[in-house]
Design a protein around this ligand. Sequence first.
Ligand code: PEP
Ligand code: MG
Length: 564
Amino acid sequence: MQLRGTGVGGGIAVGTVVRMSDPLPEPPDRPSGLTPEAELERARTSLAATAADLAERGREAGGAAKDVLEAHALMAADPSLATEVETRVRSGSTAERAVFDAFVGYRDMLAGMGGYLAERAADLDDVSQRVRAHLAGVQAPGVPAPGHPFVLVARDLSPADTATLDLEQVQALVTAEGGPTSHTAILAREKSIVAVVGVAQALSLSDGDLVVVDAGSDTVIASPDPEELAEAERRIGARAARAEAPIEPGRLSDGTPVPLLANLGSADGAAEAVRLGAEGVGLFRTEFLFLDADRAPTVDEQRSEYVRLLSAFPGRKVVVRVLDAGADKPLAFVNDDVEPNPALGLRGIRALRVAEAVLRDQLTALAQADAETEAELQVMAPMIATVEETGFFVGLARELGVGVAGVMVETPSAALIADRVLAIADFASIGTNDLTQYTMAADRLLGSVASLQDPWHPAVLRLIGEVGDAGAKAGRPVGICGEAAADPLLALVLVGLGATSLSMSPSAIADVRASLLEFDRADVASLARTALAADGAAEARAAVRAAADALRAGAELGSLNHAE
Ligand code: PEP
Ligand code: MG
């Protein structure tokens, strides 16, 4: 049986299902049929068993998870909590209800204290669930730990669940909810977990079912036949071989270079990016450095961060984006107004113009770091919508000593006037996450419209093509730095539309490199035409997949004929 969803990345895995159980409902508030002594005994046993189980898991997990789980064990063993439970049982509650109410009381108290303690309040819900699961004799909610590798099937994952995912054990992830830009999907991509999200029938899978999770073709095959299994094993082997393949610069089969660059949010990831073959940095998200800061970082503070980054890429291109503050990434020292619709408000370059001193300091720090290091620094501005904004940013960058200045194309406006924007900017870099959000008028944070958040949509691709054409005419580079570049199939279309480099999370580089090497310029141009001719995102993806398969088959036939 084949189930459909949205694949994240191009991975494939085979394994047995372990279902994550759903949270337990609130227990009914009805009088107990047992004596208070009997109920109390049940409650004490389950509290003690839960504390012991959490402590044991902590010992096994080690690292940061150990501290979290040990803290949870202490909550279950807390004597004043036990007293609260006893008081409630003695006044007639069931053990389930007494545990539920006692934990809720504690949670509300912690939440009221604010700060760190308030952040721990949600942890009490988790412990309460575990104690009540023990009382009911059912599996505790949360990520299961069956003691062997498994395919995790869940309705969706909470941030707390995802934080404790053991990558040695979880072979793949299948969720019923969530779209391609949901937190689950973003996290899965970041951690290189094979995942298919939004699989409506996921919950029809049962513990122990054998499944093939194929993110590349957006499917989950339940109870695969021997042929399907063999094909999956073949592709797993091929993928492992690609990851082992020698690291070389990105190019098409005819030698056309397509540099493969890294998206980074801190210099900490630089060494790993180089190891995975990044040829430079296509997007350094500087706002991630300062999300917690309540005052603007000084020029010196910034310079040392940028020196750390640039030093990791001597002789390589490093594109640093100036602060993209606002919407989902507000910075206390740039954004101070609560806006009704922040994605359409003072965000990116608009916010920086209001706080021009912050932008000046940032460009000054970048110019100083550039002078101290050997990388080829380029800067770019987020959320450009007009020619005038382009002129402002490029002018300021030059005035403050940064030689190469470009813009991100994230608004339909910038794409439609790319020819005029590129008459001023040195390069364009297309942010497909926001370009999709604004083209489709679908909030990228909202699960309910996630199906519209698809960069395969021909409307988005047409805009990308506009920028590609403008870049070719002006002789200016056009990079891609949104999530779309990490999709090995879509990457072909993007190059066919005129992208001259692709920037992505470093874990995606090997697959994209291998995909590019299979096709030449004429192939990718025809794949781009195929995508543009489709009616919708799903149709474009399916048509390009079929066309790519046909091109591969043709190439194989050609080489066989040649050999004869
Ligand atoms: C984008 O919008 O595609 C992009 C790369 O920027 P961010 O995801 O940081 O908004
Ligand atoms: Mg963006």
